[in-house]
Design a protein around this ligand. Sequence first.
Ligand SMILES: Cc1cc2nc3c(=O)[nH]c(=O)nc-3n(C[C@H](O)[C@H](O)[C@H](O)COP(=O)(O)OP(=O)(O)OC[C@H]3O[C@@H](n4cnc5c(N)ncnc54)[C@H](O)[C@@H]3O)c2cc1C
Length: 564
Amino acid sequence: MSTKRIIVIGGSAAGPKAASKARRMDENAEITIYQKASDLSMASCGYPYYIGGFFDDRNQLLCSPAGVVRDSKFFWNAKKITTNVNTEITSIDRKNKTIHFTDLLTGEKGSAEYDKLIIATGATPRKPPIPGIELEGITTLQSLPDADYLRKVRDEGRIKKAVVIGGGLIGIETCEALHLAGIEITLIELLPQLLTFLDKQMAKLVEKYVMSKANVILENGVAAFLGENGKLTAVKLQNGTEIPCELAVVAIGVNPNTKLATEAGLPVGKTGGLIVNEFMQTADPDIYAVGDCIEISNLITHNSIHAPYGDLANLQGRVAGENVISGNVAKFTGTIQTGICKVFDYGVGATGLSEQNAIKNGFNNIETVVNASLDKPGFMQGKLLVTKLVVDKSNGLILGAQVLGPGDVSKQVAIWAMAIQGKLTVTDMVNADLPYAPPYSLAIDHSIATAHIMQNKLNGFFTGISAEQFKKKLNNKEPLILLDVRNPDEYEQMRLGIGEKLIPLGQLRKRLEEMPQDKDAEIITWCKISLRGYEAALILQANGYTNVKVLEGGIMAWPYKREK
Ligand SMILES: Cc1cc2nc3c(=O)[nH]c(=O)nc-3n(C[C@H](O)[C@H](O)[C@H](O)COP(=O)(O)OP(=O)(O)OC[C@H]3O[C@@H](n4cnc5c(N)ncnc54)[C@H](O)[C@@H]3O)c2cc1C
């Protein structure tokens, strides 16, 4: 049998993963990676932490788990893979199964033949065509040279004010990195909320928290970058406000790099990503594509989406690497869009559909619940988690979860991701057997407690109201009886300050005469996380009150102003 020639275009995440898997499947294949950048296997997800000073050795972004820098020598010695860095593939000749390339350092051109080709060209950050965009001091954060530039900013310590444009994952992670470099940050987002994968109430909680570290401006875009002598001096917003700054980081999303493929006649989908099947194969059976340059299927809605995530790029790379050697045996069927990011000392993550996304996609019989509680016992320094769960009421299936807070968000998101992927229902989750010991969890894990609240709600034992719905009622000046059932010292420290009455839970049964005579009056109860609020609601209901609601997540999930 003749030796298989595999060519991989792109040498960062998906490309090297595909090449390495192909090598593991076939010791004799001739495998070559062409990489436009000068480095290989860069851990781009680590850039914000290098810039923020979590570690100082740049090589750590390029190291294998054994601590060896993944350069050309490493790829050859450890994997027998040829790598050509600083080399751009300029065209694909599908008829002759040949690629053409240019050495970016020497200008030399060349070509090579393939039996199977894997395209892993990634994505390019969007840069709006705004006046002044060419000024010195404006950057994106996508490549290692971008990370080098921002790390230099940190090390030099000269820049005092920066603007970050875009309130998505990379924008927010950049905020933290620059904040840690002692720079005053203003975060600008065109939409009315940060992190659009979250529902509004959850995004508002993130916004409130970010505002304790940076200035946040929503619903405003950049009209122009202003400068002097070719250097950025300010960002002018669409509403005319000028924000003085010496640095601007543009993080408004990425577009898949498909020019090479489309010029070769390979089709792209509505999202602009290359179309592939579940084997990661393009319309040409000898060409596969993986990572940020493709579009994939959302496993819940079956819509085609562009999901530029490092974990998916690696999973897809592995599938393509196996298939180019063994025929189409491995599959990547799609994503439920699980993601997480570090927002200063909070984790913020989501999986599946948010409420707004579920409605947009035609799920018209959903239930949601917000739960705020600790990730482990107080005596083990448990930290707060706030979860919003979305389920399909018609069958109890978990559709989505959003989790945030200083607690162990990653574990919660992982649990819900597996529940969604495994098509579990609320009933499956209420008795889930998760690991428990005080250093790691509560006896009833936060995720299970969330499922319990949802089950109570679905069974009609619990009538909740979200902070958003409650706020609407307050704004509409609806007649409400507002009842905080915490202890007086907690009330003194912090309260909603919206005209509520304080009756601690332990006194409620004795002080029922203080409640309205009208048993149909709308009463809203709460406490710190709304467990006592729930118990208060049950007492009131047992005493004939018919319209009692519990503020879901209590004071801790209240995203609006509170009185201290
Ligand atoms: C700052 C930052 C933080 C991130 N954080 C996370 C995170 O926490 N979690 C997460 O899941 N994802 C994260 N991501 C996303 C993740 O890094 C990407 O999804 C992943 O790198 C995509 O891998 P890829 O191989 O498809 O593309 P890339 O990593 O972009 O690699 C593509 C490579 O192709 C090369 N190339 C392009 N065109 C050619 C050509 N014509 N010839 C030769 N070579 C070419 C480029 O030089 C590039 O190196 C982050 C990204 C960034 C920038």
